[in-house]
Structures are given as structure tokens and as C-alpha cells.
Design a protein around this ligand. Structure first.
Ligand code: FCB
Length: 466
């Protein structure tokens, strides 16, 4: 952050009232993912991932946008970490790229990539920032997709092997590890709807992928425990707040099915050691019974140290025979982000209390929450994202409400540190607390960044003891 007049003015405007009470040691963080920020897609021995293939296939990502350059973080990581430190965050969630670390999807890690991530992790430590490292944020090496991808059981074993190698190579610099980010997106969006890489449209394959992602998580937990006994490990799931469109039986059943395919198929096996009847009745004959083998659920439910929750929206479910799983899913009103996603802070309280009451007593982290808006640089050179400030204020208040209700919430990582490559939406959706000019790579902290910095500073001084 610079000391220029605009920044100083925004800082003064970023008034912070007490949004709620947070426990001592609460982790205030920001989050990113490798493919969305790194760029350098063909440098340092990186191989193609399914997202390179997808984004380079005409018509699949908006305007043909790719992550080839993105935020050029691969070359700018040191100044980016300085910027991160200047925002006052003590915690940062990043992902490491599988296709950079193990381009073929097997065998020894790429030493150039190991050196890169060791530099980043040491750089965070030097700046007093604690990393939370995600091992898989959707960048499956293309050779593994060519061999069958997540619908193939072998991919789960390949992931566990990769995870052990990474934690062995980097685990002296990071204690906290997330195995997978949002396996719902990897499976149902990637193999069912086809909106994400690899762009397949086969819901049976998506269900196979979902189970193999769960299995990959469980196998990786066991491997990580053996390789680094002191490591703290968990999984991040997106947890969507689902409401039936009406009191009618058909819509209620549709909501149960949507909950099964969005939430339960991932939360049940990890935290409860089973697929519940709602999951079996929705997915059993649609692929799940093809792939669940004896012993899998014991592997998947290996104890973890925390639960990662990403939360973005409430959706309304109604019965519609023409839709996958006979559910039509629409964002709840008011849909006010530029993605058309709902802004209903109470949904965050609802999903956090649900995770802790129905699924696990483990400490919980909000590993992502945030919003895209039509931000712009104004004639003063400022990005006055008052909508995002209101969003963060609302959702952090909702997080505090969850704590008040008894949820053992230990941290919140806003999505995202930087504007970045928003997957199939390319560069059209800006989620950052920091603006990125993709042409010049200039970074401008938005009003929300100033607000967040002050919030963190104020809450550090009014923390209640746990
Ligand atoms: C989540 C993803 C993250 C980002 C946000 C907006 O589903 O994990 O990478 O794209 O959505």
C-alpha cells in the first residue's frame, strides 16, 4: 500500500464499528488459489492442468480468458506478500499447484516448484503471516485427466501420493493443510454440469468423482499424518444454505435432494463416516453404488483437526423434472452481487451452526466468503467498494452470531486478497479486497482493504479470552 493521498483518504473513510465479538487468537485472513493468481503457466517446469485445457478451449471460459498470466503472482510474490502484510492480516490461505509441483501427476516433485513455494512460505513466515495451504484447488494435472480424471479411483491414490510428497517437502514451513477445496465444484460442476474443468457433462461420472474426491481426502489425511505427525489437516467444503421454494412435499423433497448433492455427499462421509439415507436415495442408483467399496468410509472419515467451510449463498430449491436430480436451483432474493448471488448474512450463521451441530464438534474456519461487485477505479484513483464493506460487515457479524450460538469458529479468510481469474467467468468478476489492473499489474487496495485492516486492528484490542 502506498502513502498516497487517495489511500490516506480511504483509510480515514473506512470507519469500523464493532461488528461482533471474536475470541482471542481468531485468525483474520485473506485467501487465494494458485491458478487464479500465479500465471507463469508454462514456466518453471509447470505442466498443463485441466484448467489450462479448459480455458484454452474456445467457448468455455468467458471471452477465452485464461490463467496464463492472471495476477503474475509467480513473479511478483514478494511485493504481493509485502502488500498482504501492509493490510494487517496475520493469516493467509493459498493453494499450491499440483501441475506445477508434479506436472505428470506422478513421481518426484519438480524442484523449481518446490523452491518457489518454499520461498513463498518462508516469505510469509518472515512477515509474521501464518499460511493455511490447500493442496488441491482444482488444477488436476492434465495427464491424470487423460487417464480418467476424478471419476477414476486411481486419481484418489495419485492425490494421496502427491499430498505426502508436498507435505514432506514443505511441511517445515506450514503447519496447517487443507486437502481439497470444494470437491462439489470439482465433481458436479466439472463432470456433471460441465461449467468447470474438465467440462464433461455426465452426472454419473460426477458422482463417481465425488466419491473419489472424498476418498482422496481420506487417503491424504492418513498419508500426511504418517509423514508429518504434527500437521493440522482438514478439508474445505462449500456449504450452501438451501431453502425449499414452498411448503409443498415436492419442493421439500427437492430441497433434500439438493442438500444431498451439494452438502451431504461431502459432509456425511468425512464427519459422520457414512452416506446418509438422503444421499443414498438421491445418488445410490445414479452412480454412488458403483464406486463405494468396503472400507472406503473408514478411510474417508479419518479424524481431522478442523472443518473448513466456504460459504457464498442461499439457494431456493423447487421440483423440476427437467433438471439434474429433478431440482431447479435459483439464488435466493435479493441477489445483489455481480454474480447474481444472494446477500443474506444469516445464511452464514445457519451453515456454521449446522456444521457444528449436525456434523462435527471440530474447530471451524470460514476458509472463503466474499462477493464480486462492479468495482472501478474512480477519477481520484480510488476503488470505493462500499458494497463489499457492507457485505463483509454483514457476514462477519453473522460469523460472530455463530460464535455466540456456540460454534467453535477460529478464523475467517475473506475471498479474495486480489482480484483474480474467476474460473469460467474469466476476469469479469472482481472479488478482491485489492484491485488488480490486469494490463499493468498495478495493485490498488480498495476501501474494503482499508476497512478490513482497521477491523483487524480494533478487534485485536477487544478480544475476549476463549
Ligand atoms: C469458490 C472458489 C474460489 C472462488 C470463489 C468465488 O467456489 O473456491 O476459487 O472462485 O468461489
Amino acid at each position: 500500500m502506498t502513502d498516497t493521498a487517495p489511500a490516506a483518504r480511504l483509510s480515514a473513510e473506512a470507519s469500523v464499528e464493532n461488528v461482533g465479538t471474536f475470541p482471542a487468537g481468531f485468525r483474520w485472513g485473506l485467501a487465494t488459489a494458485a491458478y487464479q493468481i500465479e500465471g507463469a503457466a508454462t514456466e518453471g517446469g509447470r505442466g498443463p492442468s485441466i484448467w489450462d485445457t479448459f480455458s484454452h478451449t474456445p467457448g468455455l471460459s468467458l471471452h477465452g480468458d485464461t490463467g496464463d498470466i492472471a495476477c503474475d503472482h509467480y513473479h511478483r510474490w514478494e511485493s504481493d506478500l509485502d502488500l498482504l502484510a501492509s493490510l494487517g492480516v496475520g493469516d493467509y490461505r493459498l493453494s499450491v499447484s499440483w501441475s506445477r509441483l508434479q506436472p505428470s501427476g506422478a513421481g518426484d516433485l519438480n524442484p523449481v516448484a518446490v523452491e518457489f513455494y518454499r520461498g513463498v512460505l518462508a516469505g510469509l513466515r518472515d512477515r509474521g503471516i501464518r499460511p493455511l495451504v490447500t493442496l488441491y484447488h482444482w488444477d488436476l494435472p492434465q495427464p491424470l485427466e487423460d487417464a480418467g480424471g476424478w471419476p477414476a479411483r486411481a486419481t484418489a491414490h495419485a492425490f494421496a501420493d502427491y499430498a505426502v510428497r508436498v507435505v514432506t517437502a514443505l511441511g517445515d514451513l506450514a503447519e496447517d493443510w487443507v486437502t481439497l477445496n470444494e470437491p462439489w465444484c470439482s465433481s458436479f460442476l466439472g463432470y456433471g454440469k460441465g461449467a468447470h474443468a474438465p467440462g464433461r457433462t455426465d452426472y454419473r461420472a460426477a458422482v463417481h468423482a465425488a466419491h473419489h474426491l472424498n476418498l482422496a481426502h481420506g487417503l491424504a489425511v492418513a498419508g500426511i499424518r504418517a509423514a508429518r505427525p504434527g500437521a493440522s489437516v482438514g478439508i474445505t467444503n462449500i456449504v450452501t444454505d438451501i431453502v425449499a421454494a414452498s411448503d409443498g412435499d415436492e419442493d421439500a423433497a427437492a430441497a433434500v435432494r439438493l442438500d444431498a448433492t451439494s452438502n451431504r455427499v461431502f459432509l456425511d462421509p468425512v464427519y459422520l463416516g457414512e452416506y446418509s439415507p438422503a444421499v443414498w436415495s438421491t445418488l445410490g442408483a445414479r452412480g454412488l453404488s458403483d464406486v463405494v467399496l468396503d472400507g472406503d468410509l473408514d478411510i474417508i472419515s479419518a479424524p481431522t483437526d478442523f472443518a473448513g467451510v466456504n460459504h457464498y449463498q442461499r439457494v431456493i430449491a423447487s421440483h423440476d423434472a427437467s433438471q439434474p436430480f429433478e431440482v431447479l436451483e435459483v439464488p435466493a432474493e435479493p441477489a445483489t452481487t455481480s454474480f447474481g448471488w444472494s446477500v443474506i448474512p444469516a445464511s452464514l450463521t445457519a451453515v456454521l451452526t449446522r456444521v457444528s451441530r449436525e456434523f462435527t464438534p471440530l474447530p471451524v474456519y470460514v476458509t472463503e466468503n466474499g462477493a464480486s461487485y462492479a468495482d472501478y477505479v474512480d477519477p481520484n484513483g480510488d476503488v470505493v467498494d462500499t458494497e463489499r464493506v457492507a457485505y463483509l460487515r454483514g457476514y462477519l457479524g453473522a460469523a460472530a452470531d455463530a460464535i455466540e450460538a456456540g460454534v467453535d469458529l477460529r478464523g475467517y479468510y475473506a475471498w479474495s486478497f486480489l482480484d483474480n481469474f474467476e474460473w469460467a467467468e474469466g476476469y469479469s468478476k472482481r472479488f478482491g479486497l485489492v484491485w488488480v489492473d490486469y494490463r499493468t499489474q498495478e495493485r490498488i487496495p480498495k476501501l474494503s482493504a482499508h476497512w478490513y485492516r482497521r477491523l483487524i486492528a480494533e478487534h485485536r484490542s477487544i478480544l475476549i479470552p476463549r
